[in-house]
Write a protein that binds this ligand. Sequence first.
Ligand code: F6R
Length: 606
Amino acid sequence: MCGIVAYVGGQQAAPLLVEGLGRLEYRGYDSTGLAVLTPSAAPKVVRTVGRVRDLKEALPKRFAGTIGIGHTRWATHGPATYANTHPHASASGRILVVHNGILDNAAALRQRLADDGVSLASDTDTEALAHLIERADGDTLEKKVLAALHQVTGTYAIAVLSADHPDRVIVARNGSPLVLGVGQREMFAASDVGALVRHTSQIVHLEDGEVATVTADGFLTFTLDAATVSKSPETIDLSPDELEIGGHSHFMHKEIWEQPETLERMLIGRLDERFATARLDGLRLEPRELRAFTRVKILGCGSAYYVGQVGASMIEDLARIPADAEAASEFRYRNPIVEPDTLYVAVSQSGETADTLFAVREIQRKGGRVIGLINVVGSSIARACDGGVYLHAGPEIAVASTKALTHMGVGFALLALMLGRVHDLSYADGARILAGLRRLPGQISEILAEEQAYALAARRLARASSMFFLGRVRGYPVAREGAQKLKEVSYLHAEAYQSSELKHGPLALISEDLPSVAVIPDDDLLDRNLGTVHEIQARRGPILAVTHPGVELPGSVEALVVPKNEPELDPILLTIPLQLLAYHAALALGHDIDRPRNLAKSVTVE
Ligand code: F6R
């Protein structure tokens, strides 16, 4: 969702900004623009309602400037139009602003400006900020920006350029991510490190309420009250090659195929064979403290929430303590009861999801302890949590999440194992789970080797306009994720249902035109799941079963067979075919798989 890049140094800014914006495309956007400055001329701005490649084409041949700001916009205040595309200018055109986030008091600010005779060129909240900066008191750009920021409420990451101060960009952060990149006599700023890794590995994370002056020679950080904050760069461990698509036609495909390797990497050092448990030092919890928790509450959004449901089952099964998952987006709005003996777990790929971050803050405000299962190192949620587990899935570029979700599942398995072993899970059962975890990467490779079978099934499925995804108990979150993935990339309607609930209503919809994808593991609920198959068949509903070797299904049921692991870990494997089904259905339908319409990778607004 919205992305910012800024550059100041000795090189031409525009090509660097375009390249950086290209790396932020995956976050989701509908228009894009940039501005550059030279010490002697007025700012030059190019904007386009379209892709970064359109912006690149729209750049005039002569577009010199060694300082600049760029933006990808995901429309919030006003539709995706040229006028609403960032950067936004003040009345004189000498102040330019790009902004990620939402200013809550934008309507009042815009009204006040209009009453003062300012003519507003866009529908956006950001434009108000550009005018406020220009009109603010202060003999430096920094003072003007601070004065303007004191008038706004809401969330923001901003980058500000002024023709009167052509040596600096002022950036600020409050609730939306922003990092600085330190180069050799050049500096960068961006919404995420992916936009910077080609140029530097020296990163500075800004915290909420921090502002920075960025010049070619370095940076100066301070608070909204102008108190200096001293910060040093950290070295990040991210290879630029991890951001390349390689031989794959889409990042989603690459990320599905990376899973065996990334999982191997995730497990290194985390399996404690001696005590048949997991080693998760980042939790910062002694066994005594872990044991004291009597309940676990998992919070995440969208697919992360569904994996949270898988995680809750694992914890209940292995540790025998009550656990449940809830959509963080709902939790934060319902005045939740926060209990001291509950372990709260925030789960997020991006680590920037606003709803999850606010849920973490709400829990902490009420004295609760939150750990994170997070993929992006140094992200806002990772930093806000009281400890946690990094997922080490590597960068995930496709908007539809795949490998990060698999890593979340494994992260929950490690947590459940550790909780189990400080409770009553036996050494033998601990060893059984460890062995299952070690088998996972190889078993995922076995599933991927059957890709062509999945592609065929997906092409058939793509002919339907609507379908059910069905699962029972452990299989239900798998079904939810399968439906979610299909909807996101193929735009086909898919509804996930608990198989047990089918006969309580939705059975009315079953017909030969409505296929069902049924998750049927070989477990203690097999008979019940086979009962559901018969119910659907009796109404001529086509069925595609994702199942285990040896499960006997009626002849007319099409089966996709995945290797069996331990029952607690099977949901992780049963999800992989559903990733492939969604990918190949979208491919068959010719959609923009990595950038599905209306969606953003990092949902940084509420
Ligand atoms: C689905 C998907 C979303 C995210 C959700 C939370 O493919 O990617 O449903 O799972 O927006 O995002 P994170 O995990 O970044 O908090």
